[in-house]
Design a protein around this ligand. Structure first.
Ligand code: PHE
Ligand code: CO
Length: 319
């Protein structure tokens, strides 16, 4: 495997000023979210929620369930991060203590937010190395599947990789890039990249394909499906291709994109100026999320059996 080194001098977003929350140009559309009255423009909760004993229990049970499944399926940087931050010490982790530790490793911290926050505010936090994490935790009724990110998805799924120096830099650069995409009205394209890397990315390790995406690693079914099922495609990540690819947020992915290393990801994204890419994009997505194209470097052509049987709710078996 080729050894890539990241080159911070080539960071195309380095000169973007991230001090203040960006002003949105009038012609830029973002989802209208209503800010709870007691929160400021940064959308941050004054403090992390105080969890009940049962809520701490739910965390412990979710944690135990993932630990049965993730060894050999999650990438090594994720497993190392979990251990380093000691996220299994019992109960929902305290954001303050976790942030202290994380800050000393890569300069990142974790801050509590009530719900999904507007894109430009989310980007601003990332650019400043603050990861906004949902405060609430799912209930027993929604134990196996929730669509909105809760504290288990956000902390268990996302935070461990923020201990990896290259991935940590990628996330901060993504925040700055988000800002730039907003100005070009190209948020949808950049969001597809987030989706297929940060949320649902796979990485090729020496002993096989592993997951690094938080959306995969925070649930039991997709953690197995993503790396082992016959159904989904596994294709090498190509930025021009991915930003044109549609995605579903409510079911297992029909296609995963694979990187060889975080340095490779950094090289393909942070070190590349997206201006001309944005200029050449069409209005909507060009490729369906089940498609395999003749230009794709394919690791596995999926049967798509799961999706074609009707996916979630149809009784189709993922694996
Ligand atoms: N380099 C890209 C640009 O010029 C942005 C980018 C950075 C994209 C990091 C993804 C991640 O806009
Ligand atoms: Co997420």
């Amino acid at each position: 495997m080729e050894q890539l080194r990241i080159n911070p001098a080539k960071d195309t977003t380095a000169d973007i000023d991230v001090t203040d929350i960006p002003e949105l140009p009038d012609d830029v559309f973002i989802a209208p979210l209503e800010k709870p009255k007691d929160l400021g423009d940064d959308w941050l909760e004054p403090q992390q929620r105080v969890y009940t004993a049962e809520e701490h229990h739910i965390w412990d049970d979710l944690f135990a369930q993932q630990m049965e499944i993730l060894p050999g399926r999650a990438c090594s940087a994720f497993m190392a991060g979990l251990e380093r931050l000691d996220l299994g010490r019992g109960g929902v982790p305290d954001f303050g203590a976790m942030s202290e530790e994380l800050k000393s490793i890569t300069g990142w911290e974790v801050v509590p937010v009530p719900m999904l926050i507007p894109d430009h505010v989310f980007f601003w936090h990332l650019a400043n190395r603050r990861f906004p994490a949902g405060n609430f935790i799912r209930t027993r009724e929604t134990f196996h599947y929730i669509q909105e990110p809760d504290v288990f998805h956000d902390v268990f799924g996302h935070v461990p990789l923020l201990t990896d120096p290259v991935f940590a830099d990628y996330m901060a650069a993504y925040g700055r890039a988000g800002w730039k995409a907003l100005k070009h009205n190209r948020l949808k394209a950049l969001s597809a990249l987030y989706w297929y890397t940060v949320e649902f990315g796979l990485i090729l390790e020496e002993d096989g394909m592993r997951s690094y995406g938080a959306g995969i690693l925070s649930g039991p079914t997709e953690a197995v499906f993503a790396v082992e099922a016959e159904s989904p495609n596994r294709i090498h990540l190509d930025v021009d291709r991915v930003v044109r690819t549609d995605y579903t947020i409510s079911d297992l992915q029909p296609t995963y994109f694979v990187i060889e290393s975080f340095a490779e990801l950094f090289h393909m994204t942070v070190e590349r100026d997206f201006n001309d890419l944005y200029g050449r994009l069409g209005a909507g997505f060009t490729y369906a999320n089940q498609a395999v194209l003749d230009v794709d470097r394919v690791y596995h052509i999926g049967t798509q059996e799961y999706a074609q049987r009707g996916g979630r709710g149809s009784g189709a078996q993922p694996v």
